[in-house]
Design a protein around this ligand. Structure first.
Ligand code: URA
Length: 197
């Protein structure tokens, strides 16, 4: 696909997201929060839902938990060029409650299109809502984090949600460990791609 067709597909996607009224979350939201970072990153990071700052600025993870996440990613040498970051739902739930199953289900169609555009190789799920939405099952965080799982051709790491690490700073250490594993996997994949080409 040429660059201009690819970019026009992105513009169509953004228009579709902004026009979406598939659930009631859009009514209370100021902005549809679609992504930040690289449109073609090999690493896609997925959180739960926009908070107040994200709703106001129209970008994911730009509030306090976003700053922590960005610092942790930076500590393993990952910048916005290396990742594409978004959420399971694109509109802020009232009072920052967890998104409901019907809201997650309504937003999945858009997320699937986003996956098809970005075509990541590695996915980092932040928190149990992202894990449950992706794997369609509940799991205790201690059981699902710290290792890669494979699904639909993606290598998937799950880690704590940064808001949790703001409340319990001891969780920053395992989060750092998870990000280091992601960093190493990304380096391995990019090195393999360079060898193959
Ligand atoms: N928490 C999330 O899960 N996503 C954001 O974008 C901000 C906070």
């Amino acid at each position: 696909m040429s660059d201009s067709i690819y970019e026009s597909k992105w513009e169509e996607f953004i228009t579709e997201c902004n026009a979406c009224k598939n659930c009631e979350l859009r009514e209370g939201a100021s902005n549809v929060v679609i992504y930040r970072g690289n449109r073609k990153a090999s690493l896609m990071i997925i959180g739960e839902a926009p908070g107040a700052t994200e709703d106001e600025k129209g970008k994911p993870f730009v509030g306090r938990s976003g700053m922590l996440l960005q610092n942790l990613l930076g500590s393993v040498g990952l910048t916005e060029e290396d990742y594409h970051i978004c959420n399971i739902v694109k509109c802020r739930p009232p009072e920052n409650r967890r998104p409901k199953p019907n809201e997650i289900a309504s937003c999945k169609r858009l997320l699937a299109k986003q996956f098809a555009l970005v075509r990541p190789k590695i996915i980092l799920l932040c928190g149990s809502t992202a894990y449950e939405a992706f794997f369609n099952e509940k799991a205790a965080m201690h059981a699902c984090r710290g290792h890669f799982a494979e699904k639909n051709g993606y290598s998937i790491m799950t880690t704590f949600h940064p808001a949790y690490a703001l409340r319990d700073p001891s969780k920053k250490i395992p989060m750092y460990d998870d990000m280091m594993l992601v960093r190493r996997k990304l380096d391995e994949m990019l090195a393999q791609e360079a060898t193959d080409s």
